[in-house]
Design a protein around this ligand. Structure first.
Ligand code: ATP
Ligand code: MG
Length: 190
């Protein structure tokens, strides 16, 4: 079982690199952002709650997010493992993930941190907003998301260092080089 946490600020390339990792290792992909956007598109109650928070650059409350994640995990057939994209985003979520995996006799294999300078994140997200029309990819909301990332999510680097799982990847530059660095990090730990 290969359980990978792909980690980084908004716009750091988690989704892009996840697709490649999924293809190479045959993992299931759980993207919490995609899950929430699907709920919004379907107009569910959860989607409406999520939209109000996402549009303001805020996180969905831990308890709710953890239960969503647990139900996604339960629906997987038990393949080669999972790539967690956008989760955990808080220490409470990381602790919950550790427990959920332990209950299944598993653990996180590696936490892959994609490090990208803030000015580059800003440029990437503004461009993405122009192309995709994602409502949270506008300058004002991006700034809030970066503050939330620095305050609530970034401490997970230390948390995973203490767990002995943290792998640093320079997340700016050529997509192929970044992917090669990720593969080397995963292969050295599996
Ligand atoms: P990337 O561009 O690297 O894929 P992102 O930050 O732009 O990352 P998503 O991961 O798609 O975007 O998440 C979009 C929004 O969904 C977040 O800003 C947050 O409001 C909400 N969200 C997603 N995952 C979580 C989570 N684990 N806990 C709380 N809120 C979440
Ligand atoms: Mg994403």
């Amino acid at each position: 079982m290969l359980n990978i946490v792909i980690f980084g600020a908004p716009g750091s390339g988690k989704g892009t690199q996840s697709e490649r990792i999924v293809e190479k290792y045959g993992l299931d992909h759980i993207s919490t952002g995609d899950v929430l956007r699907a709920e919004i598109a379907a107009g569910t109650e959860l989607g409406m709650t999520a939209k109000a928070l996402i549009d303001h650059g805020q996180l969905i409350p831990d308890e709710l997010m953890i239960s969503i994640l647990a139900s996604k995990l339960d629906k997987l057939a038990g393949g080669n493992g999972v790539i967690f994209d956008g989760f955990p985003r808080t220490i409470a979520q990381a602790e919950a993930l550790k427990v959920m995996l332990a209950e299944r006799g598993q653990e996180v294999t590696a936490m892959i941190e994609l490090d990208v300078p803030e000015d580059e994140l800003m440029d990437r997200l503004i461009k993405r907003g122009q192309l995709s029309g994602r409502a949270d990819d506008n300058e004002e909301t991006i700034k809030k998301r970066l503050v939330v990332y620095n305050e609530q999510t970034s401490p997970l680097k230390e948390w995973y260092k203490n767990e002995g799982k943290h792998c640093y990847i320079q997340g700016s530059g050529e997509l192929d080089r970044i992917f090669a660095d990720i593969v080397a990090a995963i292969d050295s730990r599996k």
